[in-house]
Design a protein around this ligand. Sequence first.
Ligand SMILES: [Zn+2]
Length: 783
Amino acid sequence: MQTRIVTLLLFVLVSFVPSTAQTTIPKPEEVLGFTPGDDRKLASWSQVIDYFEKLDRASDRVTFQTLGQTSMNQPFVMATISAPANLARLDELRKIQDQLADPRTLGPLATRDRKAAELIRQGKTIVLITCGIHSTEVGSYLSSMLIAQRLASSTDADVQKILDNTIILLVPSLNPDGVDIVKNWYDKTLGTPFEGTDPPELYHKYTGHDNNRDWYAFTQVETQLTVDKIHNVWHPQIVHDIHQQGAFGSRLFLPPYMPPVEPNVPKAIVQAYTELGNFMAAEMRVKGFQGITTNSTYDAWSPARAYSHYHAGARMLSETASARIASPMTLKFDELRSREGYDPQKESPQFGPVWRGGEWHLSDITKYMTTAAFFLLDHAAQNREQWLRRFYAVGKEAVRPRRPGELYGFLIERSGNTEALLSILRRGGVEVEAPKPGTIFKLGNRALPQGTQLVRMDQPYAAFAKTLLEVQRYPNLRDDAGHPIAPYDVTAHTLPLLMDVGVHPVKAPFRPARISGISEIVGVVRNWKPVATADLAAIYRSSVPSHDEGWTRWIMDSNNIPFGVLTDKELRAGITVFKSSPGVTGKYYVLLIPDQPARTLLEGYRSGAMPPELTGGLGPEGVRHLRDFVETGGTLVFLNRASNFAIEQFKLPLRNVVAGLPRTDFYVPGSILRIELDTTHPIASGMPKETIAWAEDSPVFEVTNDPNATVPASNVRVIASYSADKNPLLSGWLLGGDLIKGKAALVEVKMGKGRVILFGFRPQYRAQSLATYPLFFNALSSK
Ligand SMILES: [Zn+2]
């Protein structure tokens, strides 16, 4: 880490000595022993740090700092790259950003535009480049060194223009732990039949690929460091997020994104990513790059991937085709496969020119990535004033007083999870106010509790608050054949529902007496807190990594609940680890099977796909041992899709009524539904009568009188069900909702001396659905 004082000193020294420094800039191969992009070569995280430290020492254009520690205690780092004259006045340039970001700081309305024009003249385009959040997409952290080296060493006029007009914040990896997880697996399997496979573990300690779904919940330390120490400090106008996609589609995706765009993303931001993405694609095509797609596959629906869209910055996702980690592959033209919005075998407005297939090396990936990054930087430099003007315009629109009839803000009631919700908003830069003492807000006849907070819409990051506080109405998108077009990820992120906090939109002009509730979604204030009563629970870890398993471990760790982990091998081998009831030898009362497809649980990796010790799943022996565990008194808890495994393997008197239905009949791709609870059951004890269910490819249960079932229907108790008459959908997208009315969403089945609990939803979804944490923790309780 280089302090600012040292940097300043260095700058002073360098400016007195006629500079030969640029000729001694280290090349990555001099530090790593290979060039990033060479076949079958990956750098370790310590090598990456070593390279950037050497670059920092050699170059007056680069400063390098450690921002904090990762989940596995590695340094989380960033390089700041610009012209030496800019690096010498970073504080001043950052202050310009602060003022343009929040036009209220520019004084009286009448003179703001004039002051802003002066700041725009002086300011720089701030470009954040983030690499490597997905660790198997190895091209980007390797490219970060190539990008930095060129910026540090080049004497080209275009690079000089970039350095003069922009400040580049370069994060070599948003997930440093994963760099080594992937490298270790890759090196271990190099030269074996398993070379180029993904590692059989999550490449982030808890979240794996879902680390890029955390940009509003901010649960993980890497997300927190990026938001607190980069986004909120610098308010970048452009965030270039460098990824890789599958091997068989386009060679490169660039924005614009395909529909839908979430309605709170400012139009100016949509224009920005459209203009810049089209510019990059056009320039790359001129240079002869093939297989580029825009306006396809990736949508702009969720703040979970796009913090910047709600903070006046354009997220510039790029997705380059993968190889087999660092190993090359050869693709035939007819192996290329269509994805949403284009066919890689046909030129179209969204795709072209066609790539004819052939060899695809890691060096192709780094070449696409570095070329795209420099075109992005060219645009940022050449259009510096335009980027800053647009940035100011977004802030100006955000802070303008709301006109009568417009949304004025949201009132947020004080209850058990309110602080969790408010801390998310505050971390996202949202100002939360306490209304004047003595103000009483009335919802019908009910006065809102003391401590109700107000979030106004006339503030810089109101769009971030609004998207998280309101209900999502995902558009009913269909292709030409009438089939639903799948969202890129999920469709809902309404925090008041996920966290069960009373939130009420209020219109301008704001009159406390006249508020109405969004009682459609949040009816009453509930003052319970999740109770951590789990004891002696174990979590099953499949050889095939499961995000839900990782999130579950995070929830247990962050609530200081001890737990065990059991693998396929252990469950196949035997059952002595289990404790069937208090006082009996063994270790666990409860075993949790996280969300995973039934077939993956049973079969795991297919034979030959991975080393033999990792294949085969739970298998018939595992099933038998699980059944023994329940029958001798254990509790088995299945989450979401895993419930299908229990129904099939234990022959339970239950049917998943939506199994096998085409999407045209039933579809719930990540939405918030309404369920009703039997609060006389211990699992729902203390809960409200009505709550939410996070449904995502979820089963829906019906009790059957199947004579072949191992237990009678009378052994089943329904704990939660979908209302017989109300629309189940609260936020997001649901097709075929009528099919699930009156059906069960959570059941308990007695089997022998024990029981099986089946969740038809994800009660601890991505550590966000605090509303249903009590159900989750109560199910893990041995009582
Ligand atoms: Zn990715």
